[in-house]
Write a protein that binds this ligand. Structure first.
Ligand SMILES: C[S@@+](CC[C@H](N)C(=O)[O-])C[C@H]1O[C@@H](n2cnc3c(N)ncnc32)[C@H](O)[C@@H]1O
Length: 269
């Protein structure tokens, strides 16, 4: 079980639907993520890669592929999700794969033991964000890279406004904040990284519309977790069915965005 924070799959009303959402989100983004981790993040095939907050490990096979000559370590605070991660079908990198249990602010890894660390949709759930990023810094080797992908609700656009969606977004923001989470974390990542010693911080925004993903998938990826948090998963399904024809004809606009921040470990202080 996760020890702290706003993500706990074992208490979710639709655990299987949430796992399906995470799988779709990972698989749909594979080509884009593969490109950006290599081109923008500089991930190399001989790197020792750390995945913090791997969850069920739906992205882990991609990391193992990208670091085929190196090593991948996946960590999570949830023992239940780590077990699912261990069961993913994947080819292990040359120097091995391991899935390790971590606490909310401490990684079970030696100083300077990693070349590249990825946190994907984790920071928004982690109350001890700064301590976690500082510990990632400790475990990175000189010249190591951290790459953080996370949400920012300021990047959601819908038109014409659906009161259901507006309420869902606001309610989820409150609920998540009440559990130490932050749905506006995207814009703050760069500042947090700099505060704990990283340098060369670069922020980017990635936006997705129905030109990138079918409406139903875009809606489930961007609203599914929120609907679960608020106990409104069935209402979301109904809203998607009703809105699909409007979106198909161009009369409903939905866009969801994420922030991708990449930084380097500065020289040790
Ligand atoms: C939304 S899931 C994302 C899973 C995976 N990264 C993905 O993109 O599919 C968030 C994950 O972060 C984990 N998590 C939350 N806080 C954490 C922390 N402080 N350290 C490690 N993992 C954490 C949760 O247990 C959960 O598995």
């Amino acid at each position: 079980m996760s020890d702290k924070g706003s993500y706990n799959v074992s208490t979710m009303s639709s655990r299987d639907a949430e796992l399906a959402r995470l799988r779709t989100q990972a698989e749909r983004l594979y080509p884009l993520e593969s490109k950006l981790l290599k081109e923008w993040g500089g991930l190399k095939e001989n790197h020792r890669v750390l995945e913090v907050g791997c969850g069920p490990g739906f992205l882990t096979p991609l990391l193992c592929k990208l670091a085929a000559q190196g090593q991948v370590t996946s960590c999570d605070t949830s023992a239940e999700l780590l077990e699912i991660c261990r069961q993913q079908k994947m080819e292990h990198p040359k120097l091995g794969f391991r899935a390790l249990h971590s606490t909310s602010d401490k990684l079970p890894l030696d100083d300077k033991s990693q070349d590249f660390t990825y946190l994907r949709f984790v920071l928004q759930h982690a109350p001890e964000r700064l301590q976690l990023l500082a510990d990632v810094h400790r475990t990175l080797d000189e010249n190591g890279t951290v790459c953080v992908l996370d949400t920012d609700d300021g990047l959601n656009i819908q038109h014409p406004e659906s009161q259901f969606v507006t309420d869902l977004i606001k309610d989820a923001q409150k609920l998540q904040a009440g559990r130490g989470g932050d749905r506006f974390v995207g814009r703050k990542i760069g500042g947090y990284l700099n505060e704990v010693g990283y340098v060369d911080v670069q922020n980017r925004v990635l936006n997705f519309t129905t030109a990138d993903l079918p409406f139903g998938i875009l809606a489930k990826i961007s609203l599914g977790f929120k609907s679960d948090l608020c106990g409104r998963r069935e209402e979301l399904e109904t809203w998607i069915k009703q809105t699909e024809p409007l979106a198909a004809s161009g009369r409903f606009f939905l866009s969801a965005g994420v922030v991708l921040t990449i930084a380097k470990k500065g020289k040790s202080k």
